[in-house]
Design a protein around this ligand. Structure first.
Ligand code: FES
Length: 76
């Protein structure tokens, strides 16, 4: 399924980028351009990233302090 029709980026590609470490719509945009034209796909990309599409985000949410050595309240 195409998520970004402006650049022909699919949900599978978004998931692959997320698995490789792109955990925000901005990072997805930098690797695939998705979301950088009309912007109508950004919410869909956010949804994909928020639904377990990003392993690193899941790790951070589970134990950010242990993972980074910085409490999440200070990391933001
Ligand atoms: S559909 Fe993704 S930028 Fe337009």
């Amino acid at each position: 399924m195409f998520v970004c029709s402006c650049f022909g980026v699919t949900d599978q590609q978004i998931k692959e980028h997320a698995a490789a470490g792109a955990c925000t719509p901005r990072q997805i945009a930098s690797v695939s351009k998705a979301g950088t034209d009309c912007g109508s796909c950004v919410r869909t990309i956010q949804g994909l990233l928020g639904r377990g599409g990003c392993p690193r985000r899941a790790l951070v949410e589970q134990g950010g302090a242990a993972l980074t050595g910085t409490p999440l309240s200070e990391a933001a």
